[in-house]
Design a binder for this molecule. Structure first.
Ligand SMILES: NC(=O)c1ccc[n+]([C@@H]2O[C@H](COP(=O)([O-])OP(=O)(O)OC[C@H]3O[C@@H](n4cnc5c(N)ncnc54)[C@H](O)[C@@H]3O)[C@@H](O)[C@H]2O)c1
Length: 319
């Protein structure tokens, strides 16, 4: 019998798939403290991982462990160098985690460009009639330029939605060839600064790496148009939060949408929580019924396929 730890609860559809498999004995681990993970995880052959940090100190005692199946595509919460050294495979939900995030990016763009939060308050506060002649900062998306930073799975779903709104799409991704971006209807940007100067909207869909940490700081925001907006649904830290708050307050850029934070949950005194120029969501880009169900099934199926020796190569993270 193979022992599988479900680290952090996932949708019941995925749990059911694992529990119904007669080869597995499963345990759900909800206490994600390092102390608990150090004591519990050495007993397991495989782990599914949603939230929770799996570092070298935890992994060094996991002598039986052969595979970690991430519920998601980001893996900055796992020590990948240790996995490489120990020949532990890392799998991600490569096929089910891009439609909802792309829709979430569109939702944030539309929310900001249509002044949704402001108009909602106007109706509720009985000022319906008074907004007619007010100056609004709302804008059309048609013909606006969006710069998609990171042209992977989410970037490629996002471009289709942007083109549906008749936007002009630019993509900055040094690892994706020009002809691929063109085949999706976009234009490749080689120099990030040029893209930032041109764009009305920038959206980030990159992994958090040494290279992408603090990719967008105040000096970069100063290159952007005054009426531009930044959407970050990738990882906190890719856009510097302190700088973003300053850029919004000083009207260097117009607005922002954030689904991810440098510290999650953010501290109550994080000034962005009080900043009216930013739309916030709690790392919820995948929180749709469809996405959570499909991700849980893919997470479980990746574990099953791994132990049956037939794992989908797109799910394997090349470390
Ligand atoms: N908010 C959420 O709930 C949520 C959900 C899914 C994914 N994410 C985040 O979004 C990220 C992207 O997801 P994906 O599925 O599109 O990943 P992906 O691996 O398919 O695509 C990432 C792209 O970023 C590019 N890239 C890497 N470094 C870059 C750099 N320095 N500059 C520009 N481009 C760079 C890669 O070449 C790749 O094409 C994930 O790593 C994860 O952190 C967040």
């Amino acid at each position: 019998m193979l022992k599988i730890a479900i680290v952090d609860k996932i949708h019941q559809d995925g749990i059911r798939l694992l529990k119904n498999n007669t080869k597995f004995e499963c345990e759900i681990i909800e206490d994600l403290s390092k102390k608990n993970l150090i004591s519990k995880l050495p007993a397991f052959d495989g782990i599914t991982l949603r939230r929770g940090k799996i570092d070298a100190e935890i992994l060094q005692n996991c002598k039986k462990l052969k595979v970690i199946s991430r519920h998601g595509v980001g893996f900055d919460n796992v020590d990948i160098q240790y996995l490489k050294k120990s020949n532990i495979k890392l799998l991600v939900t490569a096929t089910t985690t891009s439609v909802s995030p792309a829709e979430h990016i569109m939702f944030m763009i539309i929310n900001i460009s249509k002044g949704m939060d402001f108009f909602d308050k106007v109706v509720r506060s009985g000022e319906f009639g008074s907004v007619m002649h007010m100056k609004h900062n709302t804008f059309e998306l048609s013909n606006k330029k969006i710069l998609i930073i990171g042209f992977g799975r989410i970037g490629r779903k996002l471009i289709k939605r942007c083109l549906g709104f008749e936007m002009k799409v630019y993509a900055y991704d040094p690892y994706v060839e020009k002809n691929i971006i063109q085949s999706f209807g976009g234009t490749k940007i080689d120099d990030l600064s040029n893209g930032l100067k041109e764009a009305d909207i920038i959206s980030l869909s990159v992994p958090l790496t040494r290279e992408t940490q603090n990719m967008i700081t105040l000096d970069k925001m100063k290159m952007m148009k005054k009426n531009s907006i930044i959407i970050n649904t990738s990882r906190g830290g890719v856009v510097n939060e302190k700088d973003l708050n300053e850029a919004l307050n000083k009207k260097i850029i117009y607005g922002a949408g954030l689904d991810v934070f440098e510290k999650e949950p953010p501290d109550n005194n994080n000034p962005l929580l009080k900043n009216k120029r930013v739309v916030l969501s709690p790392h919820a880009a995948t929180f749709t019924q469809e996405c959570l169900s499909k991700m849980s099934i893919e997470t479980a199926q990746n574990i099953i396929d791994f132990f049956e020796g037939k794992v989908n190569k797109n799910s394997i993270v090349k470390i």
